[in-house]
Design a protein. Structure first.
Length: 465
Protein backbone atom coordinates (compact mmCIF):
# COMPACT_ATOMS: atom_id res chain seq x y z
CA UNK A 1 0.00 0.00 0.00
CA UNK A 2 2.51 2.59 1.06
CA UNK A 3 5.84 0.87 0.89
CA UNK A 4 7.04 3.26 -1.80
CA UNK A 5 6.42 6.07 0.56
CA UNK A 6 9.23 5.88 3.09
CA UNK A 7 9.79 8.87 5.33
CA UNK A 8 11.91 11.52 3.69
CA UNK A 9 15.25 12.66 5.07
CA UNK A 10 13.93 16.08 6.08
CA UNK A 11 11.28 14.96 8.46
CA UNK A 12 8.99 17.41 10.26
CA UNK A 13 8.42 14.63 12.77
CA UNK A 14 10.69 15.04 15.76
CA UNK A 15 11.47 11.89 17.67
CA UNK A 16 10.99 11.85 21.41
CA UNK A 17 11.90 9.43 24.17
CA UNK A 18 9.97 6.21 24.56
CA UNK A 19 7.16 6.38 27.11
CA UNK A 20 8.46 5.73 30.61
CA UNK A 21 7.32 2.87 32.83
CA UNK A 22 5.32 1.45 29.97
CA UNK A 23 5.01 -2.04 28.54
CA UNK A 24 2.45 -3.39 26.05
CA UNK A 25 0.60 -4.81 29.03
CA UNK A 26 0.96 -1.99 31.55
CA UNK A 27 -2.68 -1.04 30.73
CA UNK A 28 -3.72 -4.07 32.79
CA UNK A 29 -3.15 -2.12 36.02
CA UNK A 30 -5.79 0.47 35.00
CA UNK A 31 -9.58 0.28 34.74
CA UNK A 32 -10.47 -1.04 31.28
CA UNK A 33 -13.96 -0.19 30.08
CA UNK A 34 -15.90 -1.93 27.30
CA UNK A 35 -13.96 -5.19 27.49
CA UNK A 36 -15.38 -8.62 26.66
CA UNK A 37 -15.65 -11.14 29.44
CA UNK A 38 -14.52 -14.55 28.18
CA UNK A 39 -15.80 -17.63 30.00
CA UNK A 40 -12.71 -19.74 29.16
CA UNK A 41 -9.52 -17.90 30.08
CA UNK A 42 -7.20 -20.71 28.91
CA UNK A 43 -8.78 -20.58 25.43
CA UNK A 44 -8.39 -16.80 25.40
CA UNK A 45 -4.68 -17.04 26.30
CA UNK A 46 -4.11 -19.66 23.57
CA UNK A 47 -5.72 -17.41 20.96
CA UNK A 48 -3.70 -14.39 22.10
CA UNK A 49 -0.42 -16.32 22.06
CA UNK A 50 -1.12 -17.46 18.52
CA UNK A 51 -2.19 -13.94 17.49
CA UNK A 52 1.06 -12.51 18.84
CA UNK A 53 3.03 -14.91 16.61
CA UNK A 54 1.19 -14.13 13.35
CA UNK A 55 2.69 -11.77 10.77
CA UNK A 56 1.72 -8.13 11.25
CA UNK A 57 -0.83 -6.37 9.04
CA UNK A 58 1.14 -3.17 8.47
CA UNK A 59 4.77 -2.05 8.74
CA UNK A 60 6.55 0.49 10.90
CA UNK A 61 7.67 2.53 7.88
CA UNK A 62 4.09 2.86 6.64
CA UNK A 63 3.12 4.07 10.10
CA UNK A 64 5.95 6.60 10.14
CA UNK A 65 5.06 7.76 6.62
CA UNK A 66 1.49 8.38 7.79
CA UNK A 67 2.81 10.36 10.75
CA UNK A 68 4.69 12.60 8.36
CA UNK A 69 1.60 13.11 6.25
CA UNK A 70 -0.42 14.01 9.34
CA UNK A 71 2.33 16.45 10.32
CA UNK A 72 1.98 18.03 6.87
CA UNK A 73 -1.78 18.17 7.28
CA UNK A 74 -1.19 19.99 10.59
CA UNK A 75 0.75 22.56 8.59
CA UNK A 76 -2.18 23.01 6.20
CA UNK A 77 -0.57 21.08 3.37
CA UNK A 78 -2.88 18.03 3.25
CA UNK A 79 -6.50 17.12 3.92
CA UNK A 80 -7.48 13.86 5.63
CA UNK A 81 -10.37 11.72 4.43
CA UNK A 82 -11.14 8.94 6.91
CA UNK A 83 -14.12 6.73 6.20
CA UNK A 84 -15.69 3.31 6.23
CA UNK A 85 -18.17 1.18 8.13
CA UNK A 86 -19.24 1.82 11.69
CA UNK A 87 -18.52 -1.89 12.22
CA UNK A 88 -17.10 -4.26 9.66
CA UNK A 89 -18.56 -7.75 9.70
CA UNK A 90 -16.92 -11.04 8.75
CA UNK A 91 -19.81 -11.77 6.33
CA UNK A 92 -19.11 -8.59 4.41
CA UNK A 93 -15.50 -9.50 3.65
CA UNK A 94 -16.45 -9.95 0.01
CA UNK A 95 -14.92 -8.55 -3.17
CA UNK A 96 -17.80 -6.28 -4.30
CA UNK A 97 -18.20 -4.71 -0.85
CA UNK A 98 -14.48 -3.99 -0.52
CA UNK A 99 -14.22 -2.74 -4.11
CA UNK A 100 -17.20 -0.42 -3.81
CA UNK A 101 -16.04 1.01 -0.49
CA UNK A 102 -12.60 1.69 -1.87
CA UNK A 103 -14.07 3.14 -5.04
CA UNK A 104 -16.24 5.66 -3.26
CA UNK A 105 -13.35 6.71 -0.99
CA UNK A 106 -11.12 7.16 -4.00
CA UNK A 107 -13.71 9.11 -5.98
CA UNK A 108 -14.34 11.35 -2.98
CA UNK A 109 -10.63 11.89 -2.57
CA UNK A 110 -10.21 12.85 -6.24
CA UNK A 111 -12.99 15.41 -5.89
CA UNK A 112 -11.24 16.76 -2.77
CA UNK A 113 -7.76 16.85 -4.33
CA UNK A 114 -9.14 18.76 -7.27
CA UNK A 115 -11.41 21.09 -5.32
CA UNK A 116 -9.06 21.78 -2.39
CA UNK A 117 -5.96 21.79 -4.57
CA UNK A 118 -3.96 19.74 -2.12
CA UNK A 119 -3.06 16.09 -1.57
CA UNK A 120 -5.52 14.01 0.41
CA UNK A 121 -4.51 11.41 3.00
CA UNK A 122 -6.88 8.47 2.55
CA UNK A 123 -7.57 6.45 5.68
CA UNK A 124 -10.11 3.62 5.65
CA UNK A 125 -12.11 2.50 8.65
CA UNK A 126 -11.39 -1.05 7.54
CA UNK A 127 -9.22 -4.14 7.91
CA UNK A 128 -9.84 -4.31 11.66
CA UNK A 129 -12.89 -2.22 12.59
CA UNK A 130 -14.47 -5.22 14.31
CA UNK A 131 -14.96 -4.15 17.97
CA UNK A 132 -17.75 -1.87 19.17
CA UNK A 133 -18.36 -0.02 22.44
CA UNK A 134 -21.93 -0.46 23.68
CA UNK A 135 -24.01 1.72 25.96
CA UNK A 136 -25.17 -1.34 27.92
CA UNK A 137 -23.52 -4.69 28.70
CA UNK A 138 -26.86 -6.44 28.25
CA UNK A 139 -29.62 -6.35 25.66
CA UNK A 140 -33.24 -7.31 26.35
CA UNK A 141 -35.69 -8.39 23.65
CA UNK A 142 -39.19 -9.71 24.37
CA UNK A 143 -38.27 -10.37 27.99
CA UNK A 144 -35.04 -12.24 27.15
CA UNK A 145 -31.77 -10.67 28.33
CA UNK A 146 -28.42 -11.56 26.75
CA UNK A 147 -24.94 -9.99 26.58
CA UNK A 148 -24.79 -7.14 24.04
CA UNK A 149 -23.24 -7.63 20.62
CA UNK A 150 -19.71 -6.16 20.83
CA UNK A 151 -18.69 -6.53 17.21
CA UNK A 152 -17.57 -9.58 15.23
CA UNK A 153 -14.24 -9.52 17.04
CA UNK A 154 -16.05 -10.66 20.20
CA UNK A 155 -19.41 -12.33 19.52
CA UNK A 156 -22.15 -12.70 16.89
CA UNK A 157 -25.05 -10.35 16.21
CA UNK A 158 -27.68 -13.09 16.19
CA UNK A 159 -29.84 -12.84 19.33
CA UNK A 160 -29.22 -16.29 20.83
CA UNK A 161 -27.43 -17.27 24.01
CA UNK A 162 -24.73 -19.14 22.14
CA UNK A 163 -24.03 -16.37 19.61
CA UNK A 164 -23.54 -13.77 22.28
CA UNK A 165 -20.88 -15.69 24.26
CA UNK A 166 -17.47 -14.06 23.62
CA UNK A 167 -15.44 -16.48 21.48
CA UNK A 168 -11.60 -16.20 21.48
CA UNK A 169 -11.36 -17.83 18.04
CA UNK A 170 -12.89 -14.67 16.68
CA UNK A 171 -9.65 -12.82 17.53
CA UNK A 172 -7.78 -15.02 15.07
CA UNK A 173 -10.57 -14.78 12.52
CA UNK A 174 -10.57 -10.98 12.76
CA UNK A 175 -6.85 -10.94 12.08
CA UNK A 176 -7.30 -13.26 9.08
CA UNK A 177 -10.23 -11.27 7.66
CA UNK A 178 -8.27 -8.05 8.15
CA UNK A 179 -5.35 -9.59 6.27
CA UNK A 180 -7.67 -10.66 3.42
CA UNK A 181 -9.13 -7.18 3.24
CA UNK A 182 -5.69 -5.57 3.26
CA UNK A 183 -4.42 -7.92 0.62
CA UNK A 184 -7.26 -7.08 -1.73
CA UNK A 185 -7.08 -3.36 -0.96
CA UNK A 186 -3.35 -3.34 -1.67
CA UNK A 187 -3.89 -5.09 -5.01
CA UNK A 188 -6.70 -2.75 -6.04
CA UNK A 189 -4.78 0.31 -4.94
CA UNK A 190 -1.82 -0.89 -6.94
CA UNK A 191 -3.42 0.00 -10.24
CA UNK A 192 -6.67 -1.89 -10.67
CA UNK A 193 -8.69 1.25 -10.32
CA UNK A 194 -8.09 2.96 -13.65
CA UNK A 195 -11.78 3.54 -14.39
CA UNK A 196 -12.19 5.46 -11.14
CA UNK A 197 -9.94 8.11 -12.66
CA UNK A 198 -12.46 8.73 -15.44
CA UNK A 199 -15.42 10.72 -14.22
CA UNK A 200 -17.49 9.52 -17.19
CA UNK A 201 -17.63 6.11 -15.46
CA UNK A 202 -18.84 7.51 -12.14
CA UNK A 203 -22.49 7.06 -11.27
CA UNK A 204 -23.63 10.67 -11.07
CA UNK A 205 -27.33 10.19 -11.83
CA UNK A 206 -28.18 11.58 -8.39
CA UNK A 207 -26.75 14.98 -9.30
CA UNK A 208 -29.91 15.84 -11.33
CA UNK A 209 -31.96 15.59 -8.13
CA UNK A 210 -29.89 18.14 -6.24
CA UNK A 211 -30.76 21.83 -6.07
CA UNK A 212 -27.01 22.31 -6.63
CA UNK A 213 -27.02 20.23 -9.85
CA UNK A 214 -25.42 23.00 -11.96
CA UNK A 215 -22.58 23.53 -9.52
CA UNK A 216 -21.95 19.80 -9.15
CA UNK A 217 -21.90 19.39 -12.95
CA UNK A 218 -19.33 22.15 -13.27
CA UNK A 219 -17.21 20.53 -10.58
CA UNK A 220 -17.18 17.06 -12.17
CA UNK A 221 -16.56 18.51 -15.62
CA UNK A 222 -13.56 20.46 -14.43
CA UNK A 223 -12.30 17.43 -12.49
CA UNK A 224 -12.68 15.30 -15.64
CA UNK A 225 -10.81 17.93 -17.66
CA UNK A 226 -7.86 18.03 -15.27
CA UNK A 227 -7.60 14.23 -15.19
CA UNK A 228 -7.63 14.14 -19.02
CA UNK A 229 -5.04 16.92 -19.10
CA UNK A 230 -2.78 14.87 -16.84
CA UNK A 231 -3.07 11.94 -19.22
CA UNK A 232 -2.36 14.10 -22.24
CA UNK A 233 0.80 15.62 -20.86
CA UNK A 234 2.17 12.40 -19.47
CA UNK A 235 0.93 10.20 -22.31
CA UNK A 236 -0.22 7.66 -19.73
CA UNK A 237 -3.43 6.54 -18.13
CA UNK A 238 -3.87 8.47 -14.85
CA UNK A 239 -4.80 5.27 -13.04
CA UNK A 240 -1.39 3.80 -13.81
CA UNK A 241 0.59 6.92 -12.97
CA UNK A 242 0.98 6.17 -9.33
CA UNK A 243 -0.25 3.58 -6.97
CA UNK A 244 -2.77 5.00 -4.58
CA UNK A 245 -1.95 5.18 -0.88
CA UNK A 246 -4.58 3.86 1.50
CA UNK A 247 -4.01 3.68 5.22
CA UNK A 248 -6.10 1.67 7.66
CA UNK A 249 -7.63 2.59 10.99
CA UNK A 250 -9.90 1.18 13.64
CA UNK A 251 -11.00 1.92 17.18
CA UNK A 252 -8.42 0.17 19.36
CA UNK A 253 -11.00 -0.95 21.88
CA UNK A 254 -10.21 -4.58 22.63
CA UNK A 255 -6.96 -4.19 24.52
CA UNK A 256 -5.78 -7.83 24.60
CA UNK A 257 -6.21 -7.94 20.79
CA UNK A 258 -4.24 -4.70 20.36
CA UNK A 259 -1.54 -5.79 22.79
CA UNK A 260 -0.96 -9.01 20.84
CA UNK A 261 -0.20 -6.93 17.75
CA UNK A 262 2.07 -4.48 19.51
CA UNK A 263 5.62 -5.24 18.46
CA UNK A 264 9.18 -3.99 18.30
CA UNK A 265 10.91 -3.95 14.93
CA UNK A 266 14.60 -4.01 13.93
CA UNK A 267 16.40 -0.67 13.74
CA UNK A 268 13.56 1.32 15.29
CA UNK A 269 13.13 2.31 18.91
CA UNK A 270 9.91 1.82 20.80
CA UNK A 271 6.73 -0.10 20.07
CA UNK A 272 4.31 -0.09 17.17
CA UNK A 273 0.76 -1.34 16.90
CA UNK A 274 1.23 -3.33 13.69
CA UNK A 275 -2.46 -4.24 13.45
CA UNK A 276 -3.35 -0.90 11.87
CA UNK A 277 -1.70 2.34 10.81
CA UNK A 278 -3.97 4.67 12.74
CA UNK A 279 -5.74 3.42 15.87
CA UNK A 280 -8.16 5.77 17.59
CA UNK A 281 -9.51 6.07 21.14
CA UNK A 282 -13.30 6.12 21.27
CA UNK A 283 -15.31 8.66 23.22
CA UNK A 284 -16.33 6.14 25.85
CA UNK A 285 -12.82 4.93 26.67
CA UNK A 286 -10.85 8.17 26.71
CA UNK A 287 -10.69 8.53 30.52
CA UNK A 288 -7.36 10.06 31.55
CA UNK A 289 -6.67 7.38 34.14
CA UNK A 290 -8.12 4.53 32.08
CA UNK A 291 -6.46 1.52 30.51
CA UNK A 292 -6.91 2.72 26.92
CA UNK A 293 -5.01 5.94 27.43
CA UNK A 294 -2.28 3.97 29.21
CA UNK A 295 -2.01 1.59 26.24
CA UNK A 296 -1.95 4.36 23.62
CA UNK A 297 0.70 6.40 25.35
CA UNK A 298 3.37 3.81 24.60
CA UNK A 299 2.87 3.13 20.89
CA UNK A 300 4.46 5.17 18.13
CA UNK A 301 1.50 5.15 15.74
CA UNK A 302 -0.33 8.39 15.08
CA UNK A 303 -3.37 8.44 17.35
CA UNK A 304 -6.92 9.62 16.85
CA UNK A 305 -8.92 10.84 19.85
CA UNK A 306 -12.69 11.19 19.55
CA UNK A 307 -13.97 14.18 21.47
CA UNK A 308 -17.63 14.84 22.16
CA UNK A 309 -19.67 17.48 24.00
CA UNK A 310 -18.73 16.10 27.44
CA UNK A 311 -14.99 16.73 27.11
CA UNK A 312 -13.63 19.51 29.33
CA UNK A 313 -10.62 21.73 28.80
CA UNK A 314 -8.68 19.95 31.58
CA UNK A 315 -9.53 16.53 30.23
CA UNK A 316 -8.47 17.41 26.69
CA UNK A 317 -5.21 19.06 27.73
CA UNK A 318 -4.55 16.14 30.07
CA UNK A 319 -4.88 13.77 27.10
CA UNK A 320 -2.50 15.84 25.00
CA UNK A 321 0.05 15.94 27.81
CA UNK A 322 -0.17 12.22 28.44
CA UNK A 323 -0.28 11.04 24.84
CA UNK A 324 2.12 13.53 23.34
CA UNK A 325 4.42 14.81 26.08
CA UNK A 326 7.12 15.68 23.52
CA UNK A 327 4.65 17.82 21.54
CA UNK A 328 5.60 15.86 18.51
CA UNK A 329 4.16 16.77 15.10
CA UNK A 330 2.05 14.15 13.33
CA UNK A 331 1.15 12.34 16.55
CA UNK A 332 -2.35 13.53 17.49
CA UNK A 333 -5.54 13.86 15.48
CA UNK A 334 -8.50 15.30 17.39
CA UNK A 335 -11.73 13.98 15.89
CA UNK A 336 -14.51 16.22 17.15
CA UNK A 337 -18.05 14.86 17.03
CA UNK A 338 -20.22 17.41 18.79
CA UNK A 339 -23.49 17.30 16.85
CA UNK A 340 -24.88 20.18 14.81
CA UNK A 341 -26.63 21.65 17.84
CA UNK A 342 -23.57 21.63 20.11
CA UNK A 343 -20.67 22.42 17.87
CA UNK A 344 -20.97 26.21 18.05
CA UNK A 345 -20.95 26.13 21.87
CA UNK A 346 -18.48 23.37 22.49
CA UNK A 347 -15.80 23.65 19.84
CA UNK A 348 -14.49 27.24 20.18
CA UNK A 349 -13.27 26.94 23.81
CA UNK A 350 -11.47 23.71 22.94
CA UNK A 351 -9.74 25.28 19.93
CA UNK A 352 -8.62 28.18 22.12
CA UNK A 353 -7.42 25.85 24.88
CA UNK A 354 -5.28 23.83 22.46
CA UNK A 355 -3.90 27.00 20.89
CA UNK A 356 -2.86 28.35 24.31
CA UNK A 357 -1.39 24.98 25.25
CA UNK A 358 0.71 25.00 22.08
CA UNK A 359 0.80 21.26 21.35
CA UNK A 360 0.41 20.41 17.63
CA UNK A 361 -2.81 18.62 16.65
CA UNK A 362 -4.76 17.99 13.49
CA UNK A 363 -8.44 18.79 13.86
CA UNK A 364 -10.86 16.69 11.89
CA UNK A 365 -14.66 16.56 12.12
CA UNK A 366 -16.79 13.45 12.55
CA UNK A 367 -20.25 14.84 11.68
CA UNK A 368 -21.89 11.42 12.18
CA UNK A 369 -21.76 10.43 15.85
CA UNK A 370 -23.22 13.60 17.35
CA UNK A 371 -26.18 13.46 14.96
CA UNK A 372 -27.66 10.01 15.50
CA UNK A 373 -31.41 9.89 16.13
CA UNK A 374 -34.32 7.43 16.11
CA UNK A 375 -37.33 7.60 13.80
CA UNK A 376 -40.89 7.18 15.08
CA UNK A 377 -40.50 3.47 14.29
CA UNK A 378 -37.37 3.24 16.42
CA UNK A 379 -34.93 2.99 13.48
CA UNK A 380 -31.51 4.53 14.14
CA UNK A 381 -30.72 7.09 11.47
CA UNK A 382 -28.85 10.30 10.67
CA UNK A 383 -30.19 13.16 8.62
CA UNK A 384 -27.98 14.36 5.78
CA UNK A 385 -28.87 17.98 6.50
CA UNK A 386 -27.64 17.75 10.08
CA UNK A 387 -24.42 16.02 8.96
CA UNK A 388 -23.63 18.74 6.42
CA UNK A 389 -24.66 21.46 8.86
CA UNK A 390 -22.19 20.29 11.51
CA UNK A 391 -19.46 20.03 8.90
CA UNK A 392 -20.12 23.49 7.49
CA UNK A 393 -20.19 25.01 10.96
CA UNK A 394 -16.93 23.26 11.80
CA UNK A 395 -15.22 24.77 8.76
CA UNK A 396 -16.45 28.24 9.75
CA UNK A 397 -15.58 27.93 13.44
CA UNK A 398 -12.02 26.84 12.70
CA UNK A 399 -11.57 29.63 10.16
CA UNK A 400 -12.94 32.22 12.61
CA UNK A 401 -10.49 31.04 15.27
CA UNK A 402 -7.45 31.06 13.00
CA UNK A 403 -7.44 27.31 13.18
CA UNK A 404 -8.01 24.85 10.35
CA UNK A 405 -10.34 21.94 9.83
CA UNK A 406 -7.92 19.51 8.25
CA UNK A 407 -10.13 16.54 7.51
CA UNK A 408 -13.32 14.56 7.92
CA UNK A 409 -14.19 11.26 9.56
CA UNK A 410 -17.24 9.54 8.05
CA UNK A 411 -19.26 6.37 8.32
CA UNK A 412 -19.99 5.34 4.76
CA UNK A 413 -20.28 2.44 2.38
CA UNK A 414 -20.04 2.10 -1.39
CA UNK A 415 -23.35 0.20 -1.43
CA UNK A 416 -26.74 1.74 -2.18
CA UNK A 417 -28.07 1.26 1.34
CA UNK A 418 -30.80 3.42 2.86
CA UNK A 419 -29.59 4.16 6.39
CA UNK A 420 -29.24 7.96 6.49
CA UNK A 421 -32.14 10.13 5.30
CA UNK A 422 -31.95 13.16 2.99
CA UNK A 423 -29.33 13.86 0.35
CA UNK A 424 -30.01 14.72 -3.29
CA UNK A 425 -32.64 11.98 -3.60
CA UNK A 426 -34.15 13.09 -0.31
CA UNK A 427 -34.50 9.64 1.28
CA UNK A 428 -37.37 9.57 3.78
CA UNK A 429 -37.93 7.66 7.03
CA UNK A 430 -40.03 5.20 4.98
CA UNK A 431 -37.06 4.53 2.66
CA UNK A 432 -35.00 3.32 5.63
CA UNK A 433 -36.96 0.06 5.59
CA UNK A 434 -35.90 -0.67 2.01
CA UNK A 435 -32.20 -1.41 2.35
CA UNK A 436 -30.95 -0.98 5.90
CA UNK A 437 -27.99 -3.27 6.51
CA UNK A 438 -25.85 -1.82 9.30
CA UNK A 439 -25.92 -3.73 12.58
CA UNK A 440 -24.67 -0.67 14.42
CA UNK A 441 -24.67 2.94 13.14
CA UNK A 442 -26.31 4.24 9.92
CA UNK A 443 -23.87 4.99 7.07
CA UNK A 444 -23.89 7.37 4.13
CA UNK A 445 -24.50 5.46 0.90
CA UNK A 446 -22.52 5.83 -2.34
CA UNK A 447 -24.44 8.84 -3.59
CA UNK A 448 -24.63 10.64 -0.26
CA UNK A 449 -20.88 10.17 0.22
CA UNK A 450 -20.02 11.70 -3.15
CA UNK A 451 -22.46 14.52 -2.53
CA UNK A 452 -20.82 15.22 0.81
CA UNK A 453 -17.37 15.38 -0.83
CA UNK A 454 -18.69 17.93 -3.30
CA UNK A 455 -20.27 19.95 -0.51
CA UNK A 456 -16.90 20.04 1.27
CA UNK A 457 -15.29 21.40 -1.87
CA UNK A 458 -18.05 24.00 -2.16
CA UNK A 459 -17.69 25.06 1.48
CA UNK A 460 -13.93 25.27 1.15
CA UNK A 461 -14.29 27.61 -1.82
CA UNK A 462 -16.86 29.75 0.05
CA UNK A 463 -14.55 29.92 3.05
CA UNK A 464 -11.95 31.45 0.78
CA UNK A 465 -9.40 28.92 1.93
C1 LIG B 1 -17.55 5.09 16.21
O1 LIG B 1 -16.71 5.79 15.61
O2 LIG B 1 -18.18 4.16 15.65
C2 LIG B 1 -17.86 5.42 17.62
C3 LIG B 1 -18.38 4.55 18.45
O3 LIG B 1 -17.60 6.70 17.89
P1 LIG B 1 -17.55 7.55 19.26
O4 LIG B 1 -16.50 6.90 20.10
O5 LIG B 1 -17.16 8.91 18.76
O6 LIG B 1 -18.93 7.51 19.84
CO1 LIG C 1 -20.33 4.41 14.67
Amino acid sequence: MNSANKPSAVSPVQEVDPARDWTPESWRAFPALQQASYPDDAALQRALTRLASLPPLVTSWEILALREQIAEAQQGRRFVLQGGDCAESFDEVRAPVITNRLKVLLQMSLALVHGLQMPVVRIGRFAGQYAKPRSSDLETRDGVTLPSYRGDLVNAFEFTEESRIPDPDRLLKAHAYSAMTMNFVRSLADGGFADVHHTEYWDLSWVEHSPLADEFHRLTESLGRSLRFMETITGRDVGSLKRVDFYTSHEALHLPYEQAQTRQVPRQWGWFNLGTHFPWIGMRTAALDGAHVEYFRGIRNPIGIKIGPKISREWLLGLLEKLNPGRDAGRIVLIHRMGDLNVEDKLPPLIRAVQEFGSPVLWICDPMHGNTESTGDGIKTRRFRRITRELELAFEIHRDHRSRLGGVHLELTGENVTECTGGARDLSDEDLKRDYKSTVDPRLNYEQSLELAMLIVRKHAQNGA
